[in-house]
Design a protein around this ligand. Structure first.
Ligand code: NAD
Length: 231
């Protein structure tokens, strides 16, 4: 068990495992989305240029899947901890918006969000939360707006990355939940090799490549967070 009151600033860093118990499908591994779909046809800028509607339809399916899932006790617990411990920041690799649906505030969505659209050229971002993922064009250039997520071959939004890094540099406790930490550059945010190293905790039912480098490893599921992190 970890008492947040022992730490001035906390960053919780989440990955796909955070939402696994909600039923949000993973992308990699057995049964993952990339076994069924070729990302080159559905999740990269060139696929969108070739077939915008096909790519939008694919993402609409992802949105429908996520809407059929509910945040679990772990998401709700993080949101409630943020109320008692306002310096707890959530940095997520997830694009599903589950933290927010549970009432949590997310400081950085490193890989964007299924619930927004943007223009690749003008950076204009539109909220696509309501309604279907219908094709909409940029008012400046007339090109179709793409999902505001980091596809294969995309750069991470620099401002979002910088915001995450700044929070991590200041934290005294860093809790990594449900990520294999193999997707870069997000994985490089785990502050293993910094001068003022925060206390590093991993929460994951399975070992990861980085497990040995954490100060504490809790082999547990994200839904068990109410028993693992206390105010
Ligand atoms: P990953 O699939 O590479 O690793 C998932 C990790 O979660 C594994 O280490 C696994 O052991 C762990 N895990 C499984 N069940 C868990 C549970 N109940 N509680 C805690 N941990 C559990 O995921 P990743 O490291 O986040 O990398 C995948 C990338 O794909 C991410 O960067 C993300 O952008 C994207 N993605 C997002 C979603 C989503 O938004 N929900 C889903 C799939 C993939």
């Amino acid at each position: 068990m970890i008492a947040l009151s022992d730490y001035a600033r906390v960053v919780v860093f989440t990955g796909a495992g955070m939402s696994a118990e909600s039923g949000v499908p993973t992308y990699r591994g057995r049964g993952g989305i990339w076994q069924q779909y070729d990302y080159e046809d559905y999740a990269c800028e060139s696929a969108f240029r070739r077939h915008p509607q096909r790519v939008l339809d694919f993402h609409e399916l992802r949105r429908e899947q996520v809407l059929g899932c509910e945040p679990h006790a772990g998401h709700a617990h993080l949101a409630s901890l943020q109320r008692t411990h306002p310096s707890l920041s959530i940095v997520t690799q997830n694009i599903d918006g589950m933290h927010q649906r549970a009432g949590g505030a997310v400081a950085a969505e490193l890989h964007g969000s299924l619930w927004r659209l943007r223009c690749a050229q003008h950076g204009v971002v539109e909220d696509a939360a309501a309604g279907r993922f219908v094709r909409r064009d940029c008012t400046q250039c007339g090109r179709p707006l793409r999902p505001d997520i980091t596809w294969f071959g995309d750069m991470i939004d620099e401002a979002v990355f910088a915001q995450a890094r700044a929070l991590i540099e200041m934290c005294s406790l860093f809790v990594c939940i449900g990520t294999s930490a193999v997707v870069w550059p997000a994985a490089g945010l785990i502050p293993f090799d910094v001068r003022q190293r925060p206390h590093l905790v991993e929460i994951n039912p399975e070992p990861t490549d980085g497990s040995a480098r954490f100060d504490r490893v809790l082999r547990a599921s994200a839904s068990a967070l109410p028993e693992l992190l206390v105010p």
